[in-house]
Design a protein around this ligand. Structure first.
Ligand SMILES: [Zn+2]
Ligand SMILES: [Zn+2]
Length: 337
């Protein structure tokens, strides 16, 4: 039986925190439900999931639909797209049966790459290797999510890139409906490229096919800034997301997300610090509800602070006693996103 290998590459960097990653998690479950009810898909479709943050990992090996277990996705800093593409090429060469003189091998794999950031590693060589290898290893569909996507990067990987402009749980759910339908039609032997135009949400306005010769212009400033903070009461870590407000050229606090306890075990490259002048507003600590935050003058740790600030507080990391240092400008340590 010829198999249809499907590789799903998921960006698990900080920019996916919250609704996007929860949407992907639910979307995978919905997709599996659909495929398990389809006799063609049950017979031919094999799925693998590769996630990438500071590292790339094949979290689910190529598995048939009936045996597939949905992985639990979690957020880490970094967007190692290059490592993910390299891993993809290695896995395809190992996993997929090639057609020989006496046997018909598997169908050409389909790859869905879901990313919303800018890579933080060296991705160019891996992208070039994938795009130029003959015969083509896979049909790759890249889906750039949100405002921060660098389509120059995606167009180096594949000619078929889509833009999901607003990333909500609802849009991601629709994406997985389309993905399931596409995989279903390919499992019935349709070798033609997948067409978004036939998708149930083609005309919803939130999803565009990118013209590789007319790429959308990307801002030259990062559109989001991520700060790692620590709750001064529970000592747990969380991440604050600031988004760029074009009109005023500053970043406004948008959301806070709890981070897993092992979050700092694998770091990415750290971008330059950002001036506190550019950061406006705050979001409450997701652990204790403290409204403010501050940075320790001793070790640089950011932590939640009560508002108004008491005369002195203790840094949860280096345990230094900090007195209110006034409201001057200072450089804030960023995360790689
Ligand atoms: Zn707190
Ligand atoms: Zn400290």
């Amino acid at each position: 039986m010829r198999r249809l290998p499907v590789y799903i590459l998921i960006d698990c960097s900080e920019s996916m925190a919250g609704e996007p990653i929860e949407g992907v998690q639910k979307g995978l479950a919905a997709m599996l439900n659909t495929l398990r009810r389809d006799p063609h898909a049950l017979e031919t479709v094999w799925i693998s999931v590769i996630t990438f943050d500071a590292n790339a990992k094949q979290v689910v090996p190529l598995t048939e639909v009936s045996d597939f277990n949905i992985p639990t996705l979690s957020i880490k800093p970094g967007t190692s797209l290059g490592a993910a593409l390299q891993l993809l090429a290695i896995r395809i060469k190992k996993d997929v049966q090639r057609t020989t003189a006496d046997t018909k091998g598997d169908y050409r794999p389909i790859v869905f790459l879901l990313t919303d950031g800018q890579p933080t590693d060296n991705w160019e060589d891996a992208a070039a290797a994938l795009k130029t290898v003959k015969p083509k290893l896979a049909n790759i569909y890249a889906i750039g999510c949100g405002r921060d996507v660098d389509f120059n990067v995606l167009s180096e990987i594949t000619d078929i890139a889509y833009h999901m402009k607003e990333v909500s749980g609802e849009m991601i759910a629709k994406f997985f409906v389309w993905l399931s339908a596409s995989v279903q039609s390919m499992s019935q032997g349709a070798e033609s490229p997948i067409s978004l135009e036939k998708s149930p949400f083609a005309n919803s306005g939130g999803f565009d096919l990118i013209d590789p010769y007319n790429l959308p212009i990307r801002s030259d400033v990062p559109l989001q800034v991520f700060l790692h903070s620590r709750c001064m009461n529970t000592k747990q870590f969380y991440m604050m997301r600031y988004v760029f407000i074009d009109e005023h050229k500053v970043y406004l606090a948008k959301s806070a997300h709890k981070l897993p306890d092992d979050f700092f075990s694998e770091g990415g490259d750290v971008p330059p610090a950002i001036s506190s002048d550019l950061l406006y507003g705050g979001v409450p600590c997701p652990f204790c509800g403290n409204a403010g935050w501050g940075q320790c003058g001793n070790c640089g740790q950011i932590s939640c602070n009560p508002d108004p600030l008491p005369p002195q507080i203790q840094c949860p990391t280096c345990l230094a006693i900090l007195r209110d240092g006034g409201s001057g400008t200072f450089d804030v340590t960023r995360s790689s996103g």
